[in-house]
Unconditional design. Structure first.
Length: 247
């Protein structure tokens, strides 16, 4: 099976950059999207932690204007000190650049406020410096809907790749048989994915009620599932052969 290393994100090659999720920046977001953006950013940070992806936190003028990093995000990384700076473009800050370079990762997912400035500027300049840059669009927000929209368009036209937080996490997971991260992913889904999370909870309840209680019952269920899978495979092969004959 191919790995598609140049097409799909690999958590071993990624870093996450969370930019300026601070009170003053949230105040400037128009509309009722603030809660959703914070939820999505928390989910992305948790996903990075689950997959052991380096996560760099940065703030702008925290003490004099914007306030500290959102507590819900900081609590995920309690020992990580956000890199505070004066540059609007965090990539122009020497300490931030050193922190990203120290990860050794060349795929960077950015989530930040505001999209039109503190996200767009580093996304474009990091791409120019040879990074493959992704922007988690639903973990970003602008001073207006138009500002966010046109900033995303500008970045996309320049080759930055738009994604969503859940897309990133599922792309890292790739296979539900990856049990090392499965439980963490399901936990994040239930906490942050809305209707999808409710569906997972319902599915777990139904399957828990139907699960065999004894080892013998579990073996019988496994044999039955294998038999059904083999039958489905045979039927698929037969259908393909009939289609070839018809052609």
């Amino acid at each position: 099976m191919r790995n598609y290393p140049e097409t799909l994100m690999d958590p071993c090659k990624c870093a996450v950059l969370i930019v300026d999720h601070q009170p003053q920046m949230y105040f400037g977001i128009q509309g009722d999207e603030r809660g959703s953006i914070l939820n999505n950013t928390i989910a992305l940070a948790k996903a990075a932690q689950a997959f052991e992806v380096p996560c760099i936190l940065t703030t702008v003028t925290a003490a004099s204007f914007s306030g500290q990093l959102a507590e819900q995000i900081q609590n995920i990384y309690p020992t990580v000190v956000p890199i505070d700076r004066s540059y609007i473009n965090c990539w122009e800050d020497a300490n931030l650049k050193k922190a990203v370079e120290a990860t050794g990762k060349k795929q960077v997912i950015i989530a930040g406020l505001w999209t039109e400035a503190c996200v767009t500027f580093p996304a474009l300049t990091m791409k120019q410096d040879g990074y493959k840059v992704y922007v988690a669009a639903d973990a970003c927000g602008g001073a207006s809907s138009a500002a966010h929209c046109y900033a995303m368009q500008r970045m996309t036209q320049a080759g930055v790749i738009p994604v969503t937080w859940q897309q990133v996490m599922l792309e890292w997971q790739r296979d539900w048989n990856n049990k090392d991260t499965y439980n963490d992913v399901m936990c994040i889904v239930k906490q942050h994915s809305g209707a999808y999370g409710l569906g997972v909870e319902y599915s777990e309840q139904v399957h828990a009620a139907a699960m065999p209680k004894t080892p013998q019952q579990q073996q019988e269920l496994m044999k039955q599932q294998q038999k059904q899978a083999a039958q489905a495979s045979r039927e698929q092969i037969t259908n393909m052969q009939q289609m070839k004959q018809s052609a």
